[in-house]
Design a protein around this ligand. Sequence first.
Ligand code: AMP
Ligand code: FE
Ligand code: FE
Ligand code: ZN
Length: 287
Amino acid sequence: MFADLHLHTYFSDGNFTPEELAALGKTHGLAAMALTDHDTVEGCPRMAAACAAEGIEFITGTELTAEQDGVELHLLGYCMDVENEKLLSEVGRFQAVRQNRIGEMVAKLNAIDVPLKVEAVFEIANCRSPGRPHVARALVKAGLCRSLDEAFDRFLKVGRPGWVPKCKISAGDAIRLIQQAGGVAVMAHPGLNKSDDVIPKMAEQGLDGIECFHTKHSAAAAKHYLKLAEDFHLLVTGGSDCHGTNKGRPLVGSVKLPYQYVEKLKQRAAERRKGLAVAHATHSTSN
Ligand code: AMP
Ligand code: FE
Ligand code: FE
Ligand code: ZN
């Protein structure tokens, strides 16, 4: 039995619906899937229903944009209560910043005489958590760029005229936000960061796991991170980071995480919820 625990839909920068993604998961024989859209849990209820319809176990998830020592990192949250108030209010704040950022990017493009309309981006971005890929798609659709790559290379990459930074929370705050919602905090694709120095620091801050298996990790990288996970007593996760057909062939199911790791993840989440319930009960009686 295998799982894919890193997947995106149109609720952030993917282009699959939850139903399309779950159907492909079924084709690949996945036993469990997690939805990890950027800075949102908006798609989780629909993905839960879509997975149930396909007989696939669903794990709630998100991928938060965080920062440690000035370096952007992505923190995956799993098994959270997606109705947790603090979680929803915080992601709501990130989403508001992302929505304003679309306007800022368009204004910067207009200032260099690229006549993109902000409405054209929001027509494509049918979600609360829009980002650069939606701007790129709108540029292509308006005939202002030939491809998504061209849009990023000319306008949207760091240092290009349309680039606007994102709102990032500190890695420690991201870990605590996920954990207070009963979730498990996992560092996404550490192999895409320039250095592993952040891992011990994050472990100190209570990080639960690292994503050892990822599309962009070689077999050697996966082995390296499995060893680090062991050294720092971290859980192991993995997933394809499928964004639909946005980046060519759909990747869902191409990274197969053995189900034993999902068991451990769920075990950690169950312990955390028990801990939170005890803390809550103690707090209530002491009041
Ligand atoms: P944002 O979160 O708005 O800064 O956008 C980041 C997202 O842009 C990443 O998650 C990728 O999905 C996407 N992206 C980054 N570079 C490229 C590229 N060259 N072509 C297509 N998509 C890209
Ligand atoms: Fe993405
Ligand atoms: Fe990521
Ligand atoms: Zn991702």
